[in-house]
Write a protein that binds this ligand. Structure first.
Ligand SMILES: NC(=O)c1ccc[n+]([C@@H]2O[C@H](COP(=O)([O-])OP(=O)(O)OC[C@H]3O[C@@H](n4cnc5c(N)ncnc54)[C@H](OP(=O)(O)O)[C@@H]3O)[C@@H](O)[C@H]2O)c1
Length: 328
């Protein structure tokens, strides 16, 4: 208990609460006994929020508040009085015409907007920001024999040159968060998940979950670009956020990734395991550097990752249950 933030259970805010990852975080926080203020863009959208209201403890300890990353001060009400803030909201999409407006602005300015609300809250103990392992690995100057760890940062110049706007948005947002929190004395911890696999609590699939469904139905387009990629179970990502929030000595960045695989390794594992699914046999090879992740910082807090087998077993079972795949 002395390793934990006191009081362990209080009021916490989760931004973007109805998202794929945030829904699992809300689920775990409620199960642990926290009072959760979730922010959503449209609290009137009953269909989109129904899965949150079905969670155990939701009727007693969940409140949903309207907030938008693009509106200054929008998070003040949700964050005031909370001990902890989990900032997960960020655009996860491939921008169509205007990356600055659609993705870079909401990610970076939106994060600063959330942090300015945090600064006004005298009860705040810690902010946990959902960053991404992509903020570590998009660079062309590392030694492939040395696993990448939290000391590595993606090259913003390379992201711009390759027009990888999502990665640029996450890198800009995390860097801006560190600068703001260091300057304003806010206790910040960041979680850097790799590609998240697992059941979607919402029947509407987010972009990541739709990509996985596509792969299982035989599409090569999205995973072709993955080349080499880290994978992690969605429940591990939620658990990791809570661990680094509660653990008193947790500080800095935490890579959260179970297994790194080439897309061809992933495809052969999946097609052997699920022969009835039309999973692609091979992908066009991209010229990408080999890398591994060193996740010892998180493991040293006692964290254990679920396997790639668990991730896809749980994900596929849920896609079958939701009617996206016929039984296997
Ligand atoms: N999925 C992955 O593999 C993965 C890996 C690493 C990191 N992450 C990070 O995890 C977080 C959650 O991603 P996800 O995969 O769960 O995707 P998701 O389901 O699309 O969730 C994104 C959330 O951000 C919210 N959001 C987007 N723009 C917003 C705005 N202008 N104002 C307020 N909220 C806004 C969305 O709200 P609405 O519901 O209103 O659209 C949604 O709740 C993101 O920070 C993402 O970068 C994801």
């Amino acid at each position: 208990m002395d390793k934990m933030i006191e009081p362990k259970l209080g009021k916490v805010c989760v931004t973007g609460a109805s998202g794929f990852l945030a829904s699992w975080l809300v689920k775990r926080l409620l199960l642990s006994g926290y009072h959760v203020i979730g922010t959503v863009r449209d609290p009137g959208n009953e269909k989109k929020l129904a899965h949150l209201w079905r969670l155990e403890g939701a009727n007693e300890r969940l409140q949903l508040v309207k907030a938008d990353l693009k509106e200054e001060g929008s998070f003040d009400k949700a964050i005031m009085g909370c001990h902890g803030v989990f900032h997960t909201a960020s655009p996860v999409l491939k921008p169509t015409s205007d990356p600055k407006e659609e993705i870079l602005g909401p990610a970076m300015e939106g994060t600063l907007n959330v942090l300015r609300s945090c600064k006004k809250n005298p009860y705040l103990r810690r902010v946990v920001l959902t960053s991404s392992s992509s903020t570590v690995r998009v660079r062309d100057d590392f030694d492939p024999n040395m696993p990448l760890d939290e000391s590595s940062w993606s090259s913003m110049e390379l992201c711009e040159r390759l027009q990888i706007w999502y990665v640029l948005s996450k890198t800009l947002a995390e860097k801006a968060a560190w600068e703001f929190c260091n300057k304003n004395g806010i206790d910040l911890v960041t979680v850097l998940p790799s590609f998240v696999i697992g059941p979607s609590l919402s029947p509407e699939l987010c972009s990541t979950a739709s990509d996985v469904l596509g792969l299982l139905k035989g599409e090569t387009e999205k995973f072709k670009w993955h080349g080499r990629m880290g994978y992690v179970h969605i429940d591990d990502v939620a658990a990791c956020h809570i661990l680094v929030y509660e653990h008193k000595t947790a500080h800095g960045r935490f890579l959260c990734s179970s297994t790194v695989l080439d897309n061809n390794e992933l495809a052969s594992f999946l097609s052997a395991k699920y022969p009835s699914l039309p999973i692609p046999k091979r992908f066009e090879q991209q010229d990408r550097p080999y890398y591994e992740f060193n996740t010892s910082k998180l493991k040293n807090l006692g964290f254990e990752f679920k396997t790639i087998d668990d991730m896809f077993k749980d994900c596929i079972a849920s896609l079958v249950e939701q009617g996206y795949l016929s039984s296997i």
